[in-house]
Design a protein around this ligand. Sequence first.
Ligand SMILES: C[S@@+](CC[C@H](N)C(=O)[O-])C[C@H]1O[C@@H](n2cnc3c(N)ncnc32)[C@H](O)[C@@H]1O
Ligand code: SF4
Ligand code: SF4
Length: 356
Amino acid sequence: MTRPDSSPARRIDPRRYYEAVEARDPVAERPPVCLYLEVTNRCNLLCTTCPRTYEELEPPADMSWKLFTSIVDQVPDLARVVLHGVGEPMLVKALPRMVRYLVDRGVYTLFNTNGTVLGERSGRALIDAGLDELRVSLDASNARSFQEIRGKNYFNRILKNVRAFRALQEREGHSKPRVSAWLTGLKETVSQLPDFVRVAAEVGVKEVYLQRLVYFNEAAIGKAQPDQTLFEQMSGEEAQYLKEAERLAHALGVVFSASGAASEPGMSLRNSEGNSPWSLCRRPWSLMYITANGRALPCCIAPFSQHGYDHYTLGDATQQTMREIWNGPAYREFRKALLSDRPRAACAGCGLRWSL
Ligand SMILES: C[S@@+](CC[C@H](N)C(=O)[O-])C[C@H]1O[C@@H](n2cnc3c(N)ncnc32)[C@H](O)[C@@H]1O
Ligand code: SF4
Ligand code: SF4
C-alpha cells in the first residue's frame, strides 16, 4: 500500500490512532494505521460474555507465520498492532516472535490475555521481544465470581502468574510491557470495582480499566445482555462503586480508566451519539481486523454481533492483497452503509467508545 499524504503513521499516538482519520468517504484516503491480528481462535476459557463460547465462528486455527508476515509487510507505517481477536493469544507458540517482528518495525504492540498461561518462560520471552502492553482480562475480584463470568476456576492461578510477572519486571528493571487489569462492566460485577482495584494493586498492577460491555439486542449471548450493561443505565448505587474505586485507586497509586476513546470510566458509560451511535465510528478508515484464517472484518466489535461472519466479511488475506481488500468493493460498500442512516446490522447497534 502506498501512502498518499505526507503525515506518516509513525507520528500518530498509537493509543489514539483513531484520531488519524480526517475524511470519511467510501474510499479510504490512507492505509490502515492499526491492525487487529487474531493470532489464534483457540481458547482455554468459557467466558459468558464472549461469542467464542457459544459459536464456532471459524475452523480452529492459529495464524500461520507466512500469513502474519505477509500481512504486516504489506501495510506501511503501522502505528499499532493488537495481537488478539477472539481467542487466547498466549496459546500461540510463535507469539514472542510475532511481537519481535512488529517491534523491530517500530510498531506499538499489545494484546489482551486471560493470563492463564503466563509463566516465567513465556513472560520472559515477551519482555525480551519488546512487547509494549500486556492487558490481563480478569472480569472479577474473586474466584467465585470469576468462575461464574469466565467459566473456569483459574482466578488464583492468574493472580499468581501476574504477581510473579510483575515481580520479575520490578526485580530486573523492565518498564515494558505496561501491565493492566481489565474488568468488563456488568451490572452483576460493578459492585466488585473497589475490590478489583485492591486486588490489582496487591499483585503489583498499576493500571485498571473498566471495559464497556459489548452486547447486541438481537441474539444476545450469555451475559452480554442489554440488561447487564452499565451504559446509560447506571443506578446511583452503582455510580457510588465507581466513585469508590476511583478514590481507592488514587490512594493506592493505581491509574483507573476506561477503554476506547473515553479517558475516564464514567464518560465511557454515557451516550453522546444520539440515535445513530455508529455515525462517529472511524474504525473502517483506521484499522483492519484479520482472523486466524485470513478473513478481513471491519473491526473487533463485529464478531460479537452474532450476525454471522458472512454479513461483514470484507475480504480474504490469503487470496487478496491488503490493498485490494482495503479499498475493494466490499469495503467501499461497508463504509458507504456506515455513512448512511441504514448501516449494516452489526453497526446499527454499535457505538464509538467500545474498544477491545
Ligand atoms: C475476546 S478477548 C481475546 C483476548 C483474551 N482471550 C482475553 O480474554 O483477554 C478480548 C477482550 O474482550 C473482552 N470481552 C469479552 N467479552 C466481552 C464483551 N461482551 N464486551 C466487552 N468485552 C468483552 C475480554 O475480557 C478481553 O479483554
Ligand atoms: S474472552 Fe478471551 S478468554 Fe474468554 S472465551 Fe473469549 S477469547 Fe477466551
Ligand atoms: S460494528 Fe461498530 S465498531 Fe465495527 S464498524 Fe460497525 S459501527 Fe464501527
